[in-house]
Design a protein around this ligand. Structure first.
Ligand code: NAG
Length: 479
């Protein structure tokens, strides 16, 4: 739609360097310090010249050209403003997460989500594939994971805090076949986006345990969870079969996802079952571990060893710090920034995702006026104000902060339209946090530029929130 009025012509050989009224994409190192993702862009009266060291840089520069085009379809000739841009990202991890387990979303939407990342110059898609409420990735060796774990017989109605709980009786679920996963990975690759898969362990695993209850401490039976929260039944850390199972799964996962980094979860894993389980207690004794926290650390370290031996690095939620960090693990800091700070001090790489600034499942407008959300209030301005690098770190420690991402947990986000509502416009604020040097950030200027961005969303047919300025009677209501 945006290209209306432009006739694209791709010239692969011997381009006429003097051609006018053309857009040139040139592979060369325009400026030494621009790195792998940087680019320069010149809009001159005669022609547009985009130059980058890599095709990735050209792709990112192309997103800037798109931003220069009219936000709405037009049949008039398109004129770009004359300008010169020298640009590169501030952070190397610029991400968005999507929980497809609490609610399942079709492949077509996952691809659209990847397009949203691309237009915001983001490069990492964190795909949260397994949960208590559903297992969403086909594993050939364990078909029951999706046959049984992919479906639940109902879902909590309304907010969790509203008692007594009520449930719909509608079956909810679905999963991605390995062919579909490959399709998504390729789609992302074509847009220079890495897909980081997440397989949760040892907690948030009820869907898997429903399918294979013998891998729990009690033996079950279980059911794929219908409500939200943290549940006591987790993978048994004393059972060798648990590790064989998870290693087999990871072998299939690694074959599907080329990403060097693989997410192993690690958050919110209660120790109640492990405390009573003879196998887990025996493991603690045999390994000379101090307690159940060290048992969790043993669990993660064992998985890390398996992954490292196959050339992969693990990342986990900040709970993996408890009981001792696995030697090469990256940490995703979600319970504030403390975990990230502790990890960086131990010279581990960190991705910042604090609930205070980048949980896009929180409210963004006046809670009483918004569709039901999990809670919290993370306004557009709050997202924009986010600084991923904690000032308490030394210059050397700061290098361990790779970047940040927003997390989109979907307990209260049942539809693709609602996903869009929760990410737009906050994703635009986050993209500036991740790309722009601090000195160039300006909230007032951003708000003005957003007016054009809202028109762009509208043209794209995106269901964006118009309420983000409507907090405590603040400024504009409907952009
Ligand atoms: C946390 C859980 C997540 C949940 C979310 C809701 C993490 C790492 N863990 O309780 O499963 O969906 O918050 O905001 O965020």
């Amino acid at each position: 739609k945006e290209m209306t009025g432009i006739q694209p012509a791709i010239v692969q050989k011997a381009p006429d360097k003097n051609a006018t009224n053309s857009i040139f994409l040139t592979l060369k190192t325009p400026v030494d310090t621009l790195g792998e993702e940087g680019y320069t862009l010149k809009v001159q009266p005669e022609r547009v010249v985009l130059a980058a060291k890599t095709p990735n840089g050209l792709f990112l520069g192309t997103q800037t050209i798109r931003q220069l085009l009219p936000a709405q379809p037009t049949t008039s000739p398109v004129t770009l403003p004359a300008l010169e841009v020298v640009d590169k990202p501030r952070f190397s991890w610029r991400g968005m997460h999507l929980d497809v387990a609490r609610h399942f979303f079709p492949v077509e939407f996952v691809k659209r989500y990847i397009d949203y990342l691309a237009m915001h110059k983001m490069n990492t898609f964190h795909w949260h594939l397994t949960e208590d409420q559903g297992w969403r990735i086909e594993i050939k060796k364990y078909p029951k994971l999706t046959q049984v774990g992919g479906w639940r017989d109902g879902t909590l109605i309304g907010h969790y805090s509203k008692q007594p709980h009520q449930f719909s009786t509608e079956r909810h679920g679905g999963f991605y076949t390995q062919e579909q996963i490959k399709e998504v990975v390729k789609y992302a690759q074509d847009r220079y986006i890495t897909v980081v898969p997440e397989i949760e362990m040892p907690g948030h695993a009820l869907a898997a345990l429903t399918a294979y209850p013998e891998l729990s401490c009690t033996g079950g039976p279980f059911e794929v969870e219908k409500k939200w929260g943290v549940f006591d039944d987790v993978f048994c850390a004393g059972n060798e079969k648990t590790f064989t199972f998870l290693e087999d799964i990871m072998t299939e996962v690694m074959a599907l996802f080329p990403s060097k980094i693989v997410h192993i979860g690690g958050d919110e894993s209660p120790k109640t079952r492990w405390e009573k389980c003879p196998k887990c207690q025996k493991r603690i004794k045999d390994q000379g571990l101090k307690d159940e926290h060290e048992l969790q650390s043993y669990f993660i370290q064992r998985m890390e060893k398996f992954m490292n031996a196959r050339g992969r690095t693990i990342i986990g939620w900040d709970e993996i710090l408890e009981g001792g960090l696995a030697p090469n693990a990256y940490v995703m800091s979600w319970r504030g920034t403390e975990g990230g700070i502790a990890a960086a001090k131990q010279k581990h790489y960190v991705v910042m995702t604090p609930g205070s600034h980048v949980y896009f499942d929180h409210y963004q407008g006046e809670p009483g006026l918004e569709p039901i959300a999990i809670g919290g209030l993370t306004t557009l301005e709050k997202v924009y104000s986010f600084e991923p690098i904690p000032s308490v770190l030394s210059a050397d420690e700061k290098k361990y902060i790779l970047g940040a991402q927003a997390n989109v947990w979907t307990e209260y986000i049942p539809t693709t339209q609602q996903v869009e509502y929760m990410i737009f416009p906050r994703m635009s604020a986050l993209s500036e946090v991740l790309w722009t040097p601090v000195a160039r950030k300006d909230w007032n200027d951003f708000q003005n530029r957003m007016q054009q961005q809202y028109r762009r969303y509208a043209t794209m047919g995106v269901n964006y929130a118009k309420s983000t300025f409507n907090v405590k009677q603040q400024i504009k209501v409907d952009p």
